[in-house]
Design a protein around this ligand. Structure first.
Ligand SMILES: Nc1ncnc2c1ncn2[C@@H]1O[C@H](COP(=O)(O)OP(=O)(O)O)[C@@H](O)[C@H]1O
Ligand SMILES: [Mg+2]
Length: 447
C-alpha cells in the first residue's frame, strides 16, 4: 500500500518534469534547425558541384568499376557530338583511340592517385577524331573507378601546324638566295656549253653544206678537176672552221650541259621535297634521303663554314611526316653552322651527320665542332623564343619546333651532348614502328 502522496510534492515533481520537457524540446528544435541548415549547405554544395561538372571547360568522363561509362559532362557531349543517352554505358576503350593504358593495365598499376597524362584522340559521332590532352586517374574504393579529363587540342594543333608551316616558308625564304645561287652556277655552265655548241654548229654548217655539194657533184658526173677543187675547198674550210677541235670538244660540252641540267633538277626536286606539305598521316620515308635533301638546299648556308662528313647507315623506311623532319634536320644543321661561326678559332669546321638503327628507333646524330652550349644555357635551349643570337640570325624557334615535331608528332626523342669549346651533338630518335600502346613503364614514367 502506498502512502498517500502529498499534492504539493506531486505539483513540484510535475513542474520539474515540464521544465525538463521544455529544455528537451528546445534542444530538439536547435538540432532540427542545425540539421536543416546542414542539409541546405549540402544541397548548395551539391548544386555548385553539379554546376561545375556541367560547365567546366574540359570533358569529364567517369567510368564505373566495370569499365563502363557512368557519367559525362556537357563538354564531353559537345566534343563527342552524341547525346548522353548514347554514351552512358559505353566501354572505356571505345571512346578513345589508341589509349595507352588499358583498363586492366590501369588496375594492375593499382594504387590510387596514379595519373596517366598524354595526347590521345577521342572518337566523334561520324568517325572524326579530335586530339585531346587526356588525364586518367584511377580511384580506389567502391565508387567510380576511373576518371578521365580530356582537353580539346584542336585549336592548338591547328596553330602548331600553322607555326610549322610558317617557319618552313620562312626557311625557304631565307634559303632562297642560296638556292638561287646553287641553281645559277650549273645554269651558267649549261649556258656556256650550249652557246659553244651553237657557235660550233654555226661554224660547221657551211662546211657540211660544202660536203653535201661535193657528193652531189660526183652524182651529177661533174669533171674530176671540179670535184678535186671542191674537195680541196672543203678541207680548207673544215680546217678554218676548226672542225677537228669542235669534234673533240662538243661531246664534253654537251655532257657538261646535261650534268648542269640534272644538278638543277636535283635542286628543284630537293626544294620540292623540303617543302613537302605538313600534316596528314604518317608515311614511310627514307631519313637518309631527307638528310641529303636538306644538305642540297642548305648548301650555300654551310659550304663556307664547314665541311660535311656523312655516315649514313642502312635505315628501314620510317613512318613519319617527312616534310617536318626535313625542317628538323635543317634547324639542327643551321645551329651547327652558327656554333662553328661562333667559336674563337678561324677556319672551316666540321659537321658530321650519321644515321643508324638504334634498337627500335632510327637515330640521326648531328655533330659540330663549334662553340658548345654553355652550362647556364643548356636548360633553356628548347624553350620557345630562347636565343643567344642577335635578331635576324636567330629567333629561338628552331629547337622548340624541332622538339615539338620529334617528341609530340613522332613520339621520338631529341637530346644533346655538349662540351664547351669542343662542340655539340644533337640526337634525333624516331620510332621505326609507330608506338601502338604505351607500356605500363611509360605510364609510370609520367608520374
Ligand atoms: N649546335 C649548337 N651549338 C651551340 N649552341 C647551340 C646549338 N644549337 C642550339 N644552340 C643554342 O640554343 C639556342 C636556341 O636554338 P634555336 O631554338 O635553334 O634558336 P636560334 O637558333 O634561333 O637561336 C641558340 O640560340 C644557341 O644558344
Ligand atoms: Mg636555330
Amino acid at each position: 500500500v502506498t502512502e498517500p502522496v502529498d499534492p504539493e510534492v506531486l505539483a513540484r515533481r510535475l513542474a520539474r518534469a515540464e521544465e525538463r520537457v521544455a529544455i528537451l524540446e528546445s534542444m530538439l528544435e536547435d538540432r532540427t534547425r542545425e540539421v536543416y541548415l546542414a542539409a541546405q549547405r549540402l544541397q548548395a554544395t551539391t548544386d555548385s558541384l553539379a554546376e561545375l561538372f556541367r560547365t567546366v571547360p574540359g570533358a569529364i568522363l567517369v567510368f564505373g568499376a566495370d569499365g563502363l561509362l557512368e557519367a559525362v559532362n556537357g563538354e564531353t557531349l559537345r566534343l563527342v557530338g552524341r547525346p548522353e543517352a548514347e554514351l552512358v554505358g559505353a566501354p572505356y576503350e571505345r571512346l578513345f583511340s589508341g589509349i595507352p593504358p588499358s583498363l586492366s593495365e590501369l588496375r594492375d598499376v593499382g594504387a590510387s592517385g596514379q595519373v596517366f597524362r598524354g595526347e590521345r584522340q577521342m572518337r566523334r559521332a561520324g568517325g572524326d577524331r579530335i586530339p585531346v590532352l587526356l588525364s586518367v586517374t584511377l580511384l580506389d574504393g567502391a565508387g567510380p573507378s576511373l576518371v578521365c579529363v580530356a582537353i580539346d587540342l584542336t585549336e592548338r594543333k591547328k596553330l602548331e601546324a600553322e607555326l610549322l608551316h610558317a617557319s618552313k616558308l620562312e626557311s625557304i625564304g631565307r634559303l632562297a638566295s642560296g638556292i638561287a645561287h646553287e641553281i645559277n652556277t650549273p645554269i651558267q655552265f649549261v649556258g656556256d656549253s650550249v652557246s659553244f655548241a651553237r657557235d660550233a654548229f654555226a661554224a660547221m654548217a657551211p662546211v657540211i653544206g660544202r660536203g653535201m655539194a661535193l657528193t652531189r657533184l660526183r652524182e651529177e658526173g661533174a669533171p674530176l678537176e671540179v670535184i678535186y677543187q671542191a674537195a680541196a675547198d672543203l678541207r680548207k674550210a673544215g680546217l678554218e672552221a676548226e672542225i677537228p677541235f669542235m669534234l673533240e670538244e662538243l661531246p664534253g660540252a654537251l655532257d657538261r650541259a646535261l650534268e648542269g641540267l640534272s644538278r638543277v633538277a636535283a635542286i628543284v626536286k630537293a626544294t620540292k621535297a623540303f617543302a613537302h606539305p605538313t600534316g596528314g598521316e604518317l608515311r614511310p620515308a627514307d631519313l637518309n634521303e631527307a638528310i641529303r635533301t636538306t644538305l642540297i638546299i642548305a648548301h650555300a648556308e654551310y659550304e663556307r663554314a664547314a665541311e660535311i662528313e656523312l655516315h649514313l647507315g642502312d635505315l628501314p623506311p620510317v613512318a613519319c611526316h617527312i616534310g617536318e623532319l626535313n625542317q628538323v634536320f635543317l634547324n639542327l644543321l643551321i645551329n651547327a653552322v652558327h656554333a662553328i661561326q661562333d667559336r674563337p678559332q678561324r677556319g672551316r669546321g666540321k659537321i658530321t651527320i650519321s644515321s643508324h638503327v638504334d634498337r627500335d628507333h632510327a637515330l640521326v646524330a648531328i655533330t659540330d665542332d663549334g662553340a658548345g652550349i654553355p652550362e647556364a644555357v643548356q636548360d633553356h635551349v628548347f624553350d620557345p623564343f630562347f636565343t643567344t643570337k642577335e635578331v635576324g640570325r636567330g629567333s629561338g624557334q628552331g629547337l622548340a619546333i624541332a622538339r615539338s615535331v620529334v617528341v609530340d608528332r613522332h613520339k621520338g626523342t631529341l637530346t644533346f651532348q655538349t662540351h664547351e669549346g669542343l662542340g655539340t651533338t644533337f640526337f634525333v630518335r624516331i620510332p621505326i614502328r609507330p608506338a601502338a600502346r604505351t607500356s605500363i613503364a611509360a605510364l609510370r614514367a609520367v608520374r
